[in-house]
Design a protein around this ligand. Structure first.
Ligand code: PRP
Length: 212
């Protein structure tokens, strides 16, 4: 494990839209979040009184920090854990960041019937998409996109997309519709395996408070 203050519990959290819900969720569990929610560009936020230190990360990087032990705990969407394998424990579902992983496309798009070529699928989640269509026996050509994936069917880049849908507003405003549900997504707490054993006394009360 990387060298760091052994008395501090380090929690990796995702920057972005789940952070606000997360602050409220941690507060409800009695976990101090002033350092986390303060307006600042600092990426390490320490709460000296409670011995908690938050790392603000891109969501996809959270499991990496936890797997390597640079953080004891992390908060991450199930989509990130579905897309890649990480050697971490996922002990608590936080019931925040609720959304769906879906296949979406133009209203005229069809997922059934014979096709002359593989279905072209644009996505930030190629493994999830590949698994989904393989399980249905649908040949696909995957096109990796970093974001604004909704543009792909509109421009003819792809037939459909596999993406997260929360309110459905992005689909609606771009004339797309949901076609198939792949998975219900929410945020979970993940833990470093060795850290959970070595620092159990400090980490367990945090997990217990979040479980309530
Ligand atoms: C996510 C997702 C959708 C949108 C869905 O994108 O990829 O585009 O949110 O949310 P909605 O159903 O509430 O409209 P994000 O805003 O994270 O940006 P991105 O397109 O750059 O990934």
């Amino acid at each position: 494990m990387p060298k760091r203050n052994r008395d501090t519990i380090v929690i990796a959290v995702p920057k972005g839209r789940v952070l606000e819900q997360l602050g409220a969720r941690l507060e409800r569990a009695g976990i101090p979040t002033d350092a986390l929610t303060a307006k600042s560009r600092k990426l390490v936020r320490e709460d000296k009184a409670s011995g908690l230190s938050y790392l603000l990360l891109k969501p996809d990087d959270v499991p990496t920090y936890v797997e390597y032990g640079a953080a004891d705990l992390g908060i991450v969407g199930r989509d990130v854990l579905m897309e890649r394998d990480y050697d971490v424990l996922a002990p608590v579902d936080l019931d925040i960041g609720r959304c769906r992983m879906m296949v979406c496309g133009l209203p005229k798009a069809s997922l059934s019937g014979k096709r002359e070529r593989p279905l072209r699928v644009a996505t930030k989640f190629p493994h999830i998409a590949e698994r989904h269509f393989r399980s249905k026996g649908t040949p696909v050509e995957l096109i990796f996109c970093q974001g604004s994936v909704e543009l792909a069917p509109l421009t003819g880049l792809a037939d459909v997309i596999v993406d997260l849908v929360e309110t459905g507003e992005t689909l609606k405003q771009n004339g797309l519709v949901p076609l198939e549900n792949i998975a219900d997504i929410s945020s979970v707490v993940i833990a470093n395996r060795a850290g959970l054993k070595l620092r159990r006394e400090a980490i367990k009360p945090i997990l217990d408070a979040l479980r309530k």
